[in-house]
Write a protein that binds this ligand. Structure first.
Ligand code: PGA
Length: 255
């Protein structure tokens, strides 16, 4: 498959049982087999990763990821999960620096350490950035640029082919479809993010895929990708309904 778009489902701390998790996966797997240029990445709570991974073994257009990882490979870090363990169990993606983790105190410095380790462990790193408020003077552009620079500090050029940036304006997360960023505004932001990546990495910056997240729904998904000029989506609450998530996948793929 020639992958044009990546759609990531971030389940956060849901659903409460593995049975429910499997009920989401099965219909998505059936649809994903028909997709022509859209890759699907599911990021369930880490406890569900292995059982879901075994369901997805034959699904060529799908991959599994985690919602966070630790910044070291092994050692005395109670409660943490190594990127090598994730890879070993079949995980191929890691969301890093989600705004909900940043709100719990995760700094750009920690995000950059986690990103480096994830990439070294051969995981694709989905690094989340996004302004808290959308001020009229456009100060948020500076905020996003600084966040990207600091979150990617120490990430060498040779590792960027597995790097993705998920632009998620915090004010647009977890709301309804009309609260998502307008595609025209997103297009300008995507250009700005790509320019920032080019300033850091030169031509190799083009290898980094830019995704959008924040109240993506079946109604706005296709327009966000096409008009917003991004290479995919990070979907939160709508990825917990197989029906809605499948509609998003269908519309992005143009089925
Ligand atoms: P949402 O979440 O789609 O529910 O807005 C997106 C995210 O937090 O990644």
């Amino acid at each position: 498959m020639n992958v044009k778009n990546i759609v990531v489902g971030n389940w956060k701390m849901n659903p409460l049982t593995l049975e429910e998790a499997k009920c989401i996966v099965q219909p998505v797997k059936r649809l994903a087999a028909k997709l022509r240029h859209t890759k699907v990445v599911l990021c369930p709570p880490i406890l569900y990763m292995a059982p879901i991974q075994s369901l997805l073994k034959t699904a060529k257009t799908m991959a599994i990821g985690v919602q966070d990882i630790f910044w070291n490979i092994s050692g005395a870090y109670t409660g943490e999960i190594s990127p090598l363990m994730v890879y070993e169990l079949g995980g191929r993606y890691a969301i890093i620096g989600h705004s909900e983790r940043r709100a719990l105190g995760e700094t750009d410095e920690v995000v950059s350490m986690k990103t480096l380790l994830a990439l070294k462990a051969n995981l694709s790193a989905i690094v989340c950035v996004g302004e808290k408020e959308h001020d009229r003077e456009g100060k948020y552009l500076e905020e996003v640029r600084n966040q990207i620079r600091a979150s990617l500090l120490n990430i060498p050029k040779r590792l960027v082919d597995k790097l993705l940036i998920a632009y998620e304006p915090v004010w647009a997360i977890g709301r309804s479809e009309e609260d998502a960023m307008k595609p025209e505004e997103l297009e300008a932001m995507a250009i700005f993010i790509r320019k920032t990546l080019k300033d850091i990495y030169g031509e190799e910056g083009r290898d980094v895929k830019v995704l959008y997240g924040g109240s993506v729904s079946p109604e706005n998904a296709a327009l966000i990708v096409k008009r917003g000029n991004v290479e995919g989506l990070l979907v939160g609450h709508q990825s917990l309904s197989a029906e809605h998530f499948n509609e998003i996948l269908r519309s992005v793929d143009g089925l």
